[in-house]
Design a protein around this ligand. Structure first.
Ligand code: FMN
Length: 190
């Protein structure tokens, strides 16, 4: 269990933050992969992404191809939701917030320099992701030189967090809401 009924609300936020930090640094942590949900008009659209960085102010960072659907969706509507699950601790964490595509070129360069050579391949397809092709191989054609032009960073700033701790003694559910930069919390009926 990540928290119990005797954990304080402040402790829970700190525990969850620590787990998210671990997810961003430890490739084997269950919070490494997260379901990122965005809106395509009024239709929810979700996919798994890798948590690349977590900051203390509850900002989460992801890498993607700038030509992907999610980038266009976020540019149209920044509302986003993230869903994590820790199967060993039996804890679900739901985060709601505003997503943005980072435009700071220095920051993009800094992150790009940290991307391993093999992973840089992921941003080199000649055709944009989701382009219809007649054979799968057509989608594998890559630029010869690794370039960062299709590399984008998504930042999600958490505004709501909800944690569900499964427990045979009684499940625990707690909600956090950020109001004027201050987190307020309440226990909820699971
Ligand atoms: C385990 C896993 C991890 C993934 N990590 C990423 C990622 O970090 N960034 C990314 O853009 N896509 C990642 N993908 C692919 C996305 O789930 C998705 O298929 C792709 O980004 C296209 O999404 P979109 O068309 O909705 O924008 C991952 C997929 C899986 C299964």
């Amino acid at each position: 269990m990540l928290f119990t009924s005797s954990s304080s609300e402040k402790e829970i936020l700190s525990i969850i933050s620590k787990q998210l930090l671990l997810g961003s640094t430890d490739a084997r942590h269950p919070f490494r992969f997260v379901n990122l949900c965005t809106l395509d008009g009024n239709q929810p659209d979700s996919r798994y992404v890798v948590l690349r960085e977590f900051k203390e102010d509850l900002a989460l960072f992801f890498y993607t191809d700038s030509r992907s659907e999610k980038v266009a969706q976020i540019n149209k509507n920044p509302n986003a939701a993230l869903l994590f699950y820790h199967p060993i601790e039996r804890c679900q964490v739901k985060i709601g917030g505003k997503a943005q595509i980072i435009t700071n070129t220095e920051l993009i360069k800094e992150h790009w320099n940290n991307v391993q050579t093999e992973a840089k391949k992921g941003y080199q397809s000649v055709l944009a992701p989701k382009t219809a092709v007649s054979q799968p191989e057509e989608g594998w054609v890559q630029e010869l030189k690794y370039q960062s032009k299709n590399f984008s960073i998504i930042k999600v700033r958490a505004k709501q967090i909800e944690c569900l701790q499964l427990d045979d003694e009684g499940h625990l559910r707690i909600g956090f809401n950020k109001k004027q930069e201050v987190w307020q919390s309440t226990w909820l009926v699971p």
